[in-house]
Design a binder for this molecule. Structure first.
Ligand SMILES: [Zn+2]
Length: 291
């Protein structure tokens, strides 16, 4: 799973925001695994065709607190369907499938009522359900509280596949909960995670100083998955990204020298991954995925 010497591994772009652009009926993103698997599978295939070498299964928010509150499904149904759909899309392409898990919709003590033990139990259910379907790695992403991420990582490390961790930072270089890049490195490095970095919340130009800070402070492989800017509502009610695919790829460019894994988050779609692949090719990197 390590990055090639001559260029970072290409991940995918957003699932949630891109699926919502394509469907009339707006549901919680994980519900499409059971109610419209074709839209999920189709998007995975487009990412792979655009060059994604790792795709993220549509399992991000599928923890019991969210799933049981909003549906009659079980976490296991939602998560195992998500991994299965991603594996179907990746079959025969060489692309790897990551189980994705994000923060729980309640805060951990002392800010909220959730105990660390409860958080681990919820992650054991979410991640454990998916592992039975054989994903290649686990990506814990968009975390704001390093203690919650630590609970998720403690669970994820138990399955014998690589564990990647990213948090979402604000412009001042801290998460909403006040965690710094150094806090994240200090908390997670001793756990033996396999890659570390940032995703979402900031466009690539604002996010670059943060990923550079990681590069200065850790030797772990770095993940850089900025978003395509805060989506804005256009006059006809559609969401639009302030960054075009071309601008996004141009702004990500400096990170190609030191990030091991690159991709996009909210607001990015397969065109953004294709633009990143072009940048890699222009730089003479191996061609990346894509058929
Ligand atoms: Zn995002």
């Amino acid at each position: 799973m390590s990055a090639e010497k001559n260029g970072p591994v290409l991940m995918d772009g957003a699932m949630g925001t891109t699926i919502w652009e394509r469907v009339e009926d707006k549901k919680l993103v994980w519900a499409y695994n059971l109610e419209n698997p074709d839209v999920v599978r189709g998007l995975h295939r487009e990412y792979i065709a655009a060059g994604s070498e790792i795709i993220l299964a549509n399992t991000f928010g599928a923890n019991a607190l969210a799933v049981e509150r909003a549906s009659a499904y079980s976490v296991k149904e939602v998560v195992s369907a998500g991994i299965r759909i991603a594996r179907e899309a990746a079959a025969g392409t060489g692309a790897k499938v990551a189980l994705s898990a994000g923060p729980l919709p309640q805060l951990l003590e002392p800010y909220g009522d959730l105990t660390g033990e409860e958080a681990e139990k919820l992650y054991r259910e979410q991640i454990g359900s998916g592992m039975e379907e054989g994903p290649d790695l686990i990506l814990l992403e968009t975390f704001m509280d390093v203690e919650m991420l630590r609970a998720a990582a403690a669970v994820a490390k138990g399955y014998g596949v690589p564990v990647f961790c990213t948090m979402t930072f604000e412009g001042a270089g801290r998460t909403i909960m006040g965690n710094s890049v150094q806090d994240m490195i200090d908390a997670l490095t001793p756990m033996g995670i396999d890659a570390i970095g940032m995703n979402c919340s900031l466009g690539p130009d604002m996010a670059l100083p943060i990923i550079r800070e990681f590069a200065e402070k850790t030797d772990l492989p770095l993940i850089f998955k900025p978003n395509a800017g805060k989506p804005v509502l256009s006059a006809d009610g559609r969401t639009e990204s302030p960054y075009t695919a071309e601008r996004f790829a141009g702004e990500v460019l400096p990170a190609l020298d030191f990030a091991a894994y690159i991709g996009g988050c909210c607001g990015s779609d397969p065109a953004y991954i294709r633009a990143l692949r072009e940048k890699l090719r222009e730089r003479g990197c191996r061609s990346g995925g894509g058929r």
